[in-house]
Design a protein around this ligand. Structure first.
Ligand SMILES: Nc1ncnc2c1ncn2[C@@H]1O[C@H](COP(=O)(O)OP(=O)(O)OP(=O)(O)O)[C@@H](O)[C@H]1O
Length: 241
């Protein structure tokens, strides 16, 4: 992918994202993680190459893919209920139906009771949950999450990570996740793609092999978890100047 200003962000990326698995893109700042996510989302057209979902080439955004941003881009003038239902509103789903669906996901992400609050009345963690609920509401099979937990404090981040794993046990989604945190990647992922410095290539792929149904504290103490964190750091630190 080469931008109009001459920056080549990605070069020769050949990747697949297994169905029902959480794949994380990890790499140095500016290597092109967000660019790759936006290409998969159909927001950017790659200079060369293609993206296919279930064998069908992506030519733009589609209902089977939902993008969750770091700030979740909530509408400040709309309540949580309306924000969460917004994707369905855009699709012309009737008010009572979309609100019933939205209410279900609001409960599922742990926001019950906050349906009528506005985004500025919520904490950062609650806003993240509202954004996630909105992505779930449109029932896309593929969720793309761009550093979704980076704007909250460490305790809330851990809680959101745990809740995301629990949610994914129920809602079988294919997730493409971008983070800067090696620990977060190893904790959450079925598969981790390490990208090199720009112009970015796939440097390595790791399957942490961690059972996500174990209690969170047990995962974080697991020797395999700790070794994988160390090993990934060893690979990534060569890209730091
Ligand atoms: N719209 C754009 N036009 C021109 N260059 C861009 C554009 N968007 C991103 N870039 C450049 O492409 C490169 C990759 O950016 P991108 O945001 O994809 O990286 P990233 O890995 O997500 O970065 P970070 O980890 O810092 O969030 C950067 O050098 C960035 O400056």
């Amino acid at each position: 992918m080469r931008y109009a200003n001459g920056v080549t962000a990605l070069d020769g990326i050949d990747l697949d994202f297994p169905r029902g698995k959480l794949t994380t893109l990890l790499g140095p700042s500016g290597c092109g993680k967000t660019t790759l996510l936006k290409i998969v989302a159909g927001l950017f057209r790659p200079t060369t190459g293609t993206v296919a979902v279930n064998g069908k080439v992506v030519t733009g955004p589609g209902p089977e893919r939902a993008l969750v941003f770091q700030d979740f881009a909530l509408l400040p003038w709309a309540t949580v209920l309306r924000n969460v239902a917004f994707g369905l509103e855009l699709r012309g789903v009737a008010k009572s139906e979309r609100e019933a669906i939205a209410a279900r996901y609001i409960r599922e992400v742990g926001l019950a009771g906050f349906e009528n609050q506005y985004p500025n009345q919520l904490s950062g963690g609650m806003r993240q949950r509202a954004g996630l609920a909105r992505a779930l509401t449109v029932n896309a099979d593929i969720l793309m999450m761009d550093e979704p937990f980076s704007a909250v404090d460490e305790q809330m981040r851990r809680k959101l990570q745990e809740d995301l794993l629990s949610l994914l046990q129920v809602e079988k989604k294919t997730v493409i996740f971008v983070t800067h945190s090696i620990e977060e990647a190893v904790y959450l992922s079925d598969r981790i793609v390490l990208l090199s410095r720009r112009p970015s290539r796939v440097s390595a792929i790791r399957d942490p092999g961690i059972a996500h149904d174990l209690p969170p504290d047990q995962i974080r103490r697991d020797q395999r978890y700790l070794d994988t964190v160390d090993e990934i750091w060893d690979t990534l630190k060569q890209y730091l100047q």
